[in-house]
Design a protein around this ligand. Structure first.
Ligand code: PRP
Length: 208
């Protein structure tokens, strides 16, 4: 059995339908239940629904052989996993945003609110800029509005959240999309199975 961690939610459903089309179906997965683990012995797969930000932990520690995680999570937590394939879904970007009235003062320490502290730190240190990180867990857009920070580093997908809060993108840090990842030792033991699945999924990505 190949153990596969999928991110709960809309992205996970989209990703599952790629796995389904690629020949790894598990119809029970789409039933509206509270179950979190689903097997299809015939197809040789067992799927788990986990919190999107936890997929990389399951895969890194070998509780799952493979999984699907956003590039944002991989850059932020740098789990020891193999990145096998860009699935070209869940596309968005990591960006710096600020109130429309923001004017940078390079002589001052920049206050940056974010869920992605490492990405923000790496980005500004590559520019030699001093920053003060304010680590938040969500609704980051509020921070500059209330004067808690000067800018935010966050995910922008449609841009609606920024617009509705009178913020704008100042700079894009990196494009983001969902990636197929594998546990390193699991990959050694199940190489053939994982490579075959990756190839089938690659065809789905190319056809999409
Ligand atoms: C993410 C991100 C932005 C929003 C961007 O939040 O943090 O708030 O989506 O999407 P948009 O550009 O399409 O408006 P998420 O829904 O993950 O919730 P969060 O507040 O917990 O970060």
């Amino acid at each position: 059995m190949l153990n596969i961690a999928l991110p709960k939610g809309r992205l996970g459903e989209k990703v599952y339908s790629m796995f389904d089309r690629a020949g790894f179906p598990c119809p029970a997965l789409m039933e509206n239940s509270r179950k979190l683990i689903f097997d299809n012995e015939k197809a040789g797969v067992r799927y788990f629904w986990v919190k999107p930000s936890d997929v990389a932990i399951y895969v890194e520690r070998g509780a799952a052989d493979i999984g699907v995680a956003g590039k944002d999570i991989l850059l932020e937590y740098r789990p020891e996993v193999y990145e096998l394939l860009d699935l070209n879904v869940g596309k968005c970007r990591m960006a710096v945003a600020a109130p429309e009235s923001f004017r940078d003062r390079p002589d001052r320490t920049l206050r940056v609110a974010t869920k992605f502290s490492r990405i923000a730190r790496d980005f500004y240190s590559s520019r030699g800029r001093d920053i003060d990180i304010i680590h938040l867990n969500g609704s980051i857009e509020i921070a500059p509005i209330l004067g808690l920070s000067d800018v935010i580093v966050d995910i922008v997908e449609t841009g609606t959240t920024l617009r509705e809060n009178h913020l704008e993108v100042i700079e894009t840090i990196v494009p983001i999309s969902a990636r197929l990842i594998a546990n390193k030792s699991g990959f050694k033991f199940k190489t053939e199975q994982i490579e075959q699945l990756t190839e089938e999924i690659r065809k789905e990505v190319e056809e999409a």
